[in-house]
Design a protein around this ligand. Sequence first.
Ligand SMILES: Cc1cc2nc3c(=O)[nH]c(=O)nc-3n(C[C@H](O)[C@H](O)[C@H](O)COP(=O)(O)OP(=O)(O)OC[C@H]3O[C@@H](n4cnc5c(N)ncnc54)[C@H](O)[C@@H]3O)c2cc1C
Length: 530
Amino acid sequence: MAIQDPIVEGLAKGWNHIDASQVSAPLTLEADVVIVGSGAGGGVAAEIMAEAGLSVIIVEGGPLKSSESFNMEERRAYPNLYQQAASMKTKDKAIGIFQGRAVGGSTTVNWTTSIRTPDHALAFWAKEKSVKGLSTETLAPWFAKMEQRLNISKWEFEPNRNNMALKQGCEALGWEYTVIKRNVAGCWNTGYCGMGCPVNAKQSMLVTTIPAALERGATLVSRAKVAKIEYHQDKIFGLKAQALSQTLTPTGVELLFKAKHYILSAGAIHTPALMMRSKLPDPYGIIGKRTFLHPTVLSGALFNDAINGHSGAPQSIYSDQFVWQNGAAGDLGYKLEVPPVHPILIASKTLGYGQSHADLMAQFNQLQVTIALVRDGYHPDSQGGQVELTDHGFTLDYPLNNAFWEAARRAFASMAELQFAAGAEKVLPISEGMSMLSSWPQAKKAIAEMTLAPLKTIVASAHVMGGCPMGEDPKMSMVNSEGRSHYFDNLSVMDGSLFPTSLGANPQLSIYGITARNATLLAQELKLKS
Ligand SMILES: Cc1cc2nc3c(=O)[nH]c(=O)nc-3n(C[C@H](O)[C@H](O)[C@H](O)COP(=O)(O)OP(=O)(O)OC[C@H]3O[C@@H](n4cnc5c(N)ncnc54)[C@H](O)[C@@H]3O)c2cc1C
């Protein structure tokens, strides 16, 4: 079957796309709405604004790629499609962070797990974070709309062996597990979602909302990094951007974007960093603070049969057995999932050097990996991280404190128990100094005694949230519960930076649903004004 490439076809039809690397003189562009970033928030906002008949410009720092260039090779995908070639780290280098950097943002490379915002998170935000109007009931139609738009439905096929182990472990122990809903249409089950879907089955922003907006006359400017927000009193009057070369370094050409309304969708970390660089008013010192990851620890397990965790839908089963066990504000909980197991991804997230690492990698196809995503931001001791500007860009300071390490130790124990229950021969908690453990009783003792520490214990995250929280109380939020700035009439934020805490669930559907609501309300208002 021929693979249709909507991007190649759309460009041939005459979509408005400017690759800023090809622009040689300063350029000013104007529209009703300018959106910074084309990921989960930017894509949905662009489609809704364009559908409402507003003129839209989408400014994206990364390149426009498409299935034509997705060749399932890690060595090409990470430098081409990820922030910092997928090797971004927190300030002390203790946490590895994955974020996308291409048209479609992180949705171009994400693993398709689609979960509505948990009730616990919404209730906590309403009670503790002054968020208004975002209840399970009020959001339900917006989630339903986006589930339909992005073909989000329960994965109907057999989980791959990596996910199957999670399911079997839960069944053996009587733990809760759920079959994951995925945003795919006609999925080939290749397992290479993280490298850009080679067959356009993943309903990322790259093949859904961005093409729809372009079809309605929106303009996409790729390889253009917004560097500064210009403002006067309570109005934004322009965005200054740098054109980037093919290798994403500034070419020296300046671009200026002007609009009636500006939407920041550069993602958590980059939306706050842009606000900080532009010195937007922040009387309560909120921007960039309380940036949350789901700091994630990993447990490897060797099975007798082939796991082949690189093959098949990367995530199709999760367990919420331990996420909310002690209530939202209690001890930090953790969600159990599995990641795709590809050689570079796993080699950079496992342990040892030289021979010991080679020995582990030699058993690559027998390796099952379970991950525990720690729910951060609810407990008084879980303040998350802080974006800081540096001479060359930004850094995220994210100290891992005792509350996290206690959760991590419990998570290592749960993962080992689960993997042995699923039939693992050996389990390896991914933390320096640990060796292969041969039974659950041995693992239980070793995990209770193991040393957990930054740089010793591998911690990673593909979920970045917060840093520009929503709420009605300006003392704890930058934007209101509809994503509108407390300080500027014509500024909104629509991306993962809105969340006052982490979610305890994979973020994309929360961003889609909440953006759909906020963008629809904003479009109605802008239409009335025009
Ligand atoms: C490998 C991976 C796997 C994941 N798997 C899942 C999953 O299975 N399920 C799930 O729910 N979530 C998953 N996520 C997370 C999810 O994709 C993100 O939470 C979501 O896409 C974030 O949306 P956003 O709009 O906040 O930012 P993004 O989607 O990251 O988009 C932000 C965009 O803004 C651009 N940008 C940044 N700064 C500027 C600037 N100054 N000027 C112009 N453009 C700029 C960036 O290049 C980027 O394209 C995964 C993420 C990754 C990286």
